[in-house]
Design a protein around this ligand. Structure first.
Ligand code: ZN
Length: 122
């Protein structure tokens, strides 16, 4: 991959990173707010109080935030690979990842064949 393409992917990844960080901040601020709503006025007396009814929606927020974190760490890894010159190569077979695949998933580190193999092994 030439310098020009690489810097194009770096820009996309940096934008993705900024978007994800913003999203994460938003999700977490929503979580903080709903937590103080559940505990209400008693939050000091009873801060470990009955959160049972709210657990379900909190779990949804939590898994959403985990997904975003997961994606963010993939984006960060990809940026690191751009720095050390291994970006665009499959971490399993070492072959260059298909260009079309990187266009869709710029943070991927598996070629289409190894991605399929990984999904089959699940
Ligand atoms: Zn591969």
């Amino acid at each position: 991959m030439d310098e020009k393409e690489l810097s194009k992917f770096r820009e996309r990844l940096l934008k993705e990173k900024a978007d994800l960080e913003g999203e994460l901040e938003y999700i977490e601020s929503t979580m903080d707010r709903s937590q103080s709503e559940w505990t209400g006025e008693n939050q000091y007396d009873n801060h470990m109080g009955d959160l049972g009814s709210a657990t379900f929606s909190r779990e949804n927020d939590l898994s959403l935030s985990l997904n975003v974190r997961d994606l963010l760490s993939k984006v960060n890894d990809a940026l690191k690979r751009i720095e050390d010159g291994t970006y665009g190569y499959c971490r399993v077979c070492g072959r260059p990842i298909e260009k079309e695949r990187l266009e869709v998933l710029p943070y991927t580190d598996l070629c289409i064949e190894d991605k399929k193999a990984e999904e089959r092994s699940w």
